[in-house]
Design a protein around this ligand. Sequence first.
Ligand SMILES: Cc1cc2nc3c(=O)[nH]c(=O)nc-3n(C[C@H](O)[C@H](O)[C@H](O)COP(=O)(O)OP(=O)(O)OC[C@H]3O[C@@H](n4cnc5c(N)ncnc54)[C@H](O)[C@@H]3O)c2cc1C
Length: 457
Amino acid sequence: MTDTTPAGPRHRVVIIGSGFGGLFAAQRLAGADVDVTLVARTTHHLFQPLLYQVATGILSEGEIAPATREVLAHQANARVLLGEVTRLDLEARTVTHSAVGRVTVTPYDSLIVAAGAGQSYFGNDRFARHAPGMKSIDDALELRGRIFGSFELAELASTPAEIERLMTFVVVGAGPTGVEMAGQIAELAHRTLKRDFRRIDPASARVVLLDAASAVLPSFGERLGGRARARLEAIGVEVRLGATVVGVDSTGIDVERADGERERIEAVCKVWAAGVSASPLGAQLAEQSGAELDRAGRVQVLPDLTLPGHPEVFVVGDMMLRDRLPGVAQVAIQGARYAADQLMRRVAGQPPLPAFRYRDKGSMATISRFSAVVSIGRFQTSGFLAWLMWLGVHLVYIIGFKHRVTTLLHWVISFLGRGRAERVMTQQQVFARTAIQDLGEDFDPTLPRVPKDRPGP
Ligand SMILES: Cc1cc2nc3c(=O)[nH]c(=O)nc-3n(C[C@H](O)[C@H](O)[C@H](O)COP(=O)(O)OP(=O)(O)OC[C@H]3O[C@@H](n4cnc5c(N)ncnc54)[C@H](O)[C@@H]3O)c2cc1C
């Protein structure tokens, strides 16, 4: 076991996570009289809102995942450590993390926990084998392999039933991620791949968007949700609402309709875009501090985003439960900046800030090229203007000038042309994940587990 803490009298801040919460907290502490250690299980910051574009071949993974080390290279008071945090000890004020078998214990004076959330299958984790979620680069690349691979296998298939099964794509969850994913698969099939095959007609692919709820994009309200649904249907997506998934296997998905009738949809490629569950680190924090957890495992924090009895521990982003705030990037960014400011005032001996107040900057989702929905307070719009707003906002938040330039170039290729610049898929992306994990578990039992026996497309 190693302790790699820098020697010296400065206040030690440990940040867990390099997502929106972790990275923005670290950047806010630039120039502060503190030593910052950011521990994360990946070496990159991930711009999750554009994962679906990696999965559908528009963007490369590098464009949405800059190296955290590079982003913080010029911040002298910050260092980055690779590691899966396995244990938090609030009494001893230490964080234990592990990277490929090497266990490190890092002490802190203040801790900011921003470990985010994973996919939730609502107690049906076995569904994950056949319907991957979309939370990481691994997920997006695996889905890219499954989506493009389904067309490849359909070109080889010998019976109409087999072709139909391979060319039916089911997306579960009609929130922003599901809508964006379904819209992009439809555009891929009906527009991009139209001329690429000889036996099959990709334009005849069926894209089904399912949700147990009764509306598309419920958080955007009835009007925008209705427009999103109409636009999806116009580009050929079949929207099925009030449909609860009751079974998923390698060749299809079983749903129960609102009237209690069950139905099977034969489909090899399924995408799970419904439900999140906060990092299991939340349970450790709750157990040691007495904080409450909600059903999604989020930690109820005090008005200053700290834990009861532990003013030195902040929880921000998707793990945090406060004022029913949603799990969106702005909540993580604003919470992270607030925690960093509060912490700096404490270190400087200044009076604390008033309670955290979230400023809602609105929400947006794309449906297809040139079409999006935007809701900012009372202002609501949809269509081309909304799409331009979506484009601008996402360009601003992509980290790094070179990533912005190449992203813009790829958008021109995909949205003005009909190409996809990132169609590479390898057998490893589709099949080797399970094998690597098996190897990894023997080597390091703390590696995150992916359900085994994932069949390819
Ligand atoms: C597909 C998708 C689309 C989305 N679209 C939008 C959108 O359009 N608009 C929007 O506002 N929001 C969107 N969101 C939500 C938004 O991305 C999240 O709210 C935001 O990323 C939360 O930030 P966070 O820092 O709390 O968590 P994350 O960004 O998830 O970061 C968590 C970090 O913690 C690390 N980590 C986790 N566990 C451990 C551990 N045990 N040890 C070490 N490190 C760990 C992870 O590697 C990661 O670096 C989307 C999310 C997804 C998945």
